[in-house]
Design a protein around this ligand. Structure first.
Ligand code: DHE
Length: 535
């Protein structure tokens, strides 16, 4: 919990008590009044129980990243590029303030999002689902394996780019606040998005249509697609669950409540990733010190008795060993993690801020500590081959750091640090490509240096160049083209752009306008699990 709270403090000045929960502290009359205000002005878009509708969910968990003063401003002035109107002339100052307090207070009774609700939210577009499995005319002859999918949170849209011509082919509205890397089907035809409000969207890149959607949770962490392309596993903060979907049409298969081995505590999911070579998903839990492996191997051995609870699942859909968590019990919690290249181990950042841990998945135990100061963002780690002074080739992993201006380079054979590379400030992302001698990192958590990308030579482990946007702007998140020739960086502004950089000369080549493009993902780099990108 401590570590989570620190994250919230760093980024968004956590939710404070502008007004304590109205349900708890004010009179029944005031509570009735604010409920009526909410029903009159907000419920039509945000849902009667604040679970969301056309507009986002207004639950304390979902609003954690928005300051209450900012929420007040949105109520009064509306929000640009969205359907949120200004209520400044309809509500008195006190009323707007009351509404803010109301939406930051817990819903009572606590909202339920179980199998029935998930199933009810499921939509499949029959026409989109029957489109031919060939790249359609919308792609204008572009290489379907060199497309980029760009998440633009400025106005909640997604763009599809031709990665050779570096031009936009299509742009479509997304769910509100997509987060995490979209995940691709193994052939690269379909892409799956997760929104913070729990919506999972399956999109056909050949025909540029949404195929299916389902709301798997009320507050979702991220989603993973299985290496065989058959399953999607969604990790939730609210409710405490993992939700298994059929990747074909996103139909609900199974809800796995995230309960500890003793059966007496539930947990949020820190992250879930696919471990294709193991034919399994790995999930880290945030509130209980356990890592779960969830096999999608049809021949998976049944899980040893006593370690699991009897989760409900669709009878006959899969064999007993599949989709039943195998637990590794730890001493410390795991927030974020990274697979070694063999997928036999994971490198996890733990809550005791200065140490990470190496977990041997088959042995279900920690085998080493990592010297990781600050707050490494292991999910953004990348690997490459590096030669030491004696000319021996080593596999290394480098991780940016959310707390300190360093990139930590770890030897994946010894788990020792090779170097802490000093950067301008704390950063979020790191990227490279097999064909590039450079790795790019940002300092987006530093107010004065958030406009600067730093370029690291992967052999000398020195910062060798800087690429700057205007002071005050944010430049972050890089992804390479399929061949590694160009690096696309996000100018993270409302009137922002994808800045195309020649990966050899490091000169800017062109800009493609975009609305706060948080992340971009190259189909080939993702499906081939390029060592330079996130998986
Ligand atoms: Fe992320 C990925 C966690 C805040 C943009 N972020 C991820 C992943 C995790 C994570 C576990 C990997 C999931 C995946 O790709 O499947 N992010 C967290 C946090 O814990 C944190 C710090 C706080 C929170 O409340 O969630 C956080 N993240 C942010 C942001 O504020 C960012 C910058 C803006 C935003 O849109 O929310 C942000 N996160 C991203 C992006 C990725 C991501 C763009 C995908 C990176 C990639 O290239 O794969």
């Amino acid at each position: 919990m401590k570590r989570h709270l620190r994250l919230a403090a760093i980024f968004f000045v956590g939710v404070t008590a502008v007004a304590a929960s109205l349900t708890g502290t004010s009179s029944p009359a005031a509570a009735a009044e604010v409920k009526a205000l909410y029903q009159e002005h907000c419920a039509a878009c945000h849902g009667e129980s604040r679970l969301g509708g056309i507009g986002p969910a207004l639950l304390p968990e979902n609003l954690e990243r928005l300051r209450q003063t900012e929420a007040l401003k949105v109520i009064r002035e509306g929000r640009l590029a969205t359907q949120m109107p200004a209520f400044g002339d309809k509500l008195g100052a006190g009323e707007a303030q009351q509404l803010v307090a109301w939406i930051y207070s817990p819903v009572s009774p606590a909202p339920v999002w179980g199998e029935a609700e998930i199933r009810h939210s499921h939509v499949v577009d029959a026409q989109a689902a029957s489109q031919p499995s060939l790249p359609g005319p919308g792609l204008k002859g572009a290489d379907p394996l060199n497309l980029f999918v760009v998440v633009e949170v400025g106005d909640h849209h997604v763009s599809v780019l031709d990665g050779d011509k570096l031009e936009r082919l299509h742009r479509f509205p997304s769910r509100y606040a997509l987060h995490g890397g979209p995940k691709f089907s193994p052939d690269g035809r379909f892409v799956y998005f997760a929104s913070r409000d729990g919506w999972i969207t399956k999109y056909d890149l050949y025909n540029l249509v949404v195929v299916a959607e389902i709301r798997a949770g009320l507050n979702t962490r991220n989603a993973a697609v299985s290496g065989d392309g058959k399953w999607v596993l969604v990790g939730n903060y609210l409710p405490h669950s993992l939700v298994l979907l059929d990747a074909n049409d996103l139909a609900l298969v199974k809800v796995i409540p995230t309960v500890n081995s003793a059966g007496n505590k539930t947990s949020r999911v820190s992250a879930v990733y696919d471990a294709a070579p193991r034919k399994s998903f790995i999930a880290a839990l945030k509130d209980v010190p356990e890592v779960w492996e969830i096999s999608y191997d049809p021949n998976a051995e049944p899980v040893a008795e006593g370690l699991v609870h009897d989760y409900q699942y669709r009878e006959g859909h899969f064999k007993p060993g599949m989709f039943t968590p195998r637990r590794t019990l730890l001493k410390d919690y795991l927030d974020d993690f990274f697979f070694t290249q063999s997928y036999r181990e994971i490198l996890g950042s733990s809550r005791s801020a200065t140490r990470g841990q190496v977990i041997f998945l088959d042995g279900h135990k920690k085998i080493a500590d990592l010297d990781l100061p600050g707050m490494p963002h292991l999910g953004s780690g990348i690997t490459w081959k590096w030669k030491d002074a004696a000319g021996r080739e080593r596999n290394v992993m480098a991780s940016p750091n959310l707390n300190e201006g360093i990139v930590t380079v770890v030897d994946l054979d010894t788990y020792e640090n090779i170097k802490q590379i000093k950067t301008l400030g704390p950063g979020f992302f790191m990227r490279s490509h097999e064909n590039s001698r450079y790795a790019f990192t940002d300092s987006m958590m530093s107010p004065e240096h958030k406009n600067t990308l730093q370029v690291i030579d992967k052999q000398t482990l020195e910062v060798v160049a800087q690429i700057k946007a205007e002071p005050g702007q944010t430049l972050a998140h890089v992804e390479f083209t399929r061949d590694g020739r160009y690096a696309l960086a996000s100018l993270w502004e409302m009137d922002g752009a994808l800045v195309v950089i020649d990966a050899q000369t490091l000169k800017e080549v062109k800009r493609i306008p975009a609305k706060k493009p948080v992340g971009k993902y190259n189909v080939w780099n993702k499906i081939s699990r390029s060592e330079g990108t996130s998986h």
